[in-house]
Design a protein around this ligand. Structure first.
Ligand code: M6R
Length: 362
């Protein structure tokens, strides 16, 4: 059942190239077009939306943060994100000119379901991104796009997350297409999407490197993840993964916020895991990294070619793809760091304490 792996979590991490390829299958035509027949019925309606909301819980919410950033960049539609347990009680200002996207692996999460029902009551167009076929959320949404991750057994979401990122990327591209926004960047992104499974295969070959990075966590109680823009969504997910499987406390910060408080926590031997994959702001994150090093932090940096920093303990250079695609790639090393840190602490990664795979109560 575990396909030769010790745990479902490790098996599912390794299944990501295949899960992503399956999620892309039939949805990318050459380098020209994204095909999402699930949305063809509302192809012309996208022009009428003046706002978009992305709503979910946990890891799926982190996928929403990336998806919203991408949709806004590609289409210019003002886009908001909200955790489902907040959305349902905050009397959101949404109406028939709002499209609401609900993301859920299980399709059964109680808060996400309630948020979806509220959006429908308010007249929004609702789109679900779900993994489980025929699940409640997928049945109740006006339109559903499935991730094709296959069954995810481990409580910690891995392949569901990266396939959610893929679907949200395709969604952003599809809407951009519907609005007539394609340009040269657009073609480059499509080419890049197709290369993601192979890039992840290559990153997985560096598993031993990430196991080594996890060894920095062996005797630590706290870790700090930092990033900006899309990298912030990525580090939130990296920190959640570490917390839930290894019980090491991890906080994720927008790098630019460090000096507004969190840097007070950094001392000799603190561990900072930094992600700087967005060329337009990588230099800013790097300057924040230097500030943590000056206070004694050990830094593990995930970045792109040309953005290396002196004095960090470890640097991992990500493949050269469009910046919009980096969240999918850097997710994998962060999952493996969490996995191996949990192993060092003797934790049961597939069944972390106090957690259930599907949260069907509020
Ligand atoms: O099934 P869903 O995607 O709606 O679940 C949402 C969260 O409960 C889920 O992502 C949770 O945060 C995972 N344990 C994260 O690994």
């Amino acid at each position: 059942q575990k396909g030769g792996y010790d745990t479902f979590m490790l098996k599912e991490i390794h299944e990501q190239p295949y899960a992503i390829a399956e999620t892309l299958r039939g949805r990318v035509e050459g380098t020209d077009r994204i095909i999402l027949p699930e949305l063809d019925a509302i192809h012309d309606k996208f022009k009428t939306f003046n706002k978009a909301y992305f709503v979910a819980c946990g890891t799926a919410y982190h996928a929403c943060l990336s998806g919203a950033n991408i949709l806004e960049r590609l289409t210019g539609i003002p886009t908001f994100t909200q955790v489902a347990s907040e959305f349902r009680y905050c009397d959101p200002i949404v109406d028939e000119k709002t499209m609401c996207v609900f993301v859920s692996q299980s399709g059964e999460t109680a808060d996400t379901m309630a948020a979806l029902r509220l959006a429908k009551e308010k007249g929004c167009t609702t789109i679900a991104v779900a993994n489980v076929l025929g699940s409640s959320i997928s049945r109740e949404a006006d339109h559903t796009i499935y991730t094709c991750a296959g069954p995810e057994i481990a409580v910690a979401s891995t392949k569901a997350y990266t396939t959610q990122l893929i679907v949200l990327l395709l969604l952003g591209m599809y809407i951009s297409q519907a609005l007539g926004n394609e340009n040269e960047d657009y073609k480059r992104i499509i080419e890049g999407i197709a290369s993601l499974p192979q890039h992840i295969e290559n990153i997985l070959k560096d598993e031993k490197t990430f196991e080594h990075y996890a060894s920095y966590l062996k005797d630590l109680k706290d870790t700090y993840y930092i990033g900006r823009s899309l990298d912030y969504a990525t580090v939130l997910e990296g920190a959640l993964k570490l917390k839930e499987v290894s019980y090491v406390h991890a906080d994720a910060y927008i790098a630019g916020e460090l000096k507004h408080g969190p840097i007070a926590l950094i001392e000799q031997g603190s561990l900072v895991i930094a992600v700087a994959t967005q060329p337009n702001i990588a230099a800013k994150t790097i300057s924040n990294i230097q500030e943590t090093i000056a206070r004694g932090a050990n830094v593990i940096l995930f970045t792109i070619d040309g953005q290396e920093v002196g004095n960090v303990k470890e640097t991992y250079i990500l493949p050269d793809v469009d910046p919009i695609l980096q969240s999918v790639l850097v997710a994998v090393p962060l999952q493996l760091i969490a996995y191996y840190a949990a192993g060092l602490k003797g934790c049961d990664v597939d069944k972390p304490r106090n957690l259930a795979k599907s949260v069907t109560v509020e």
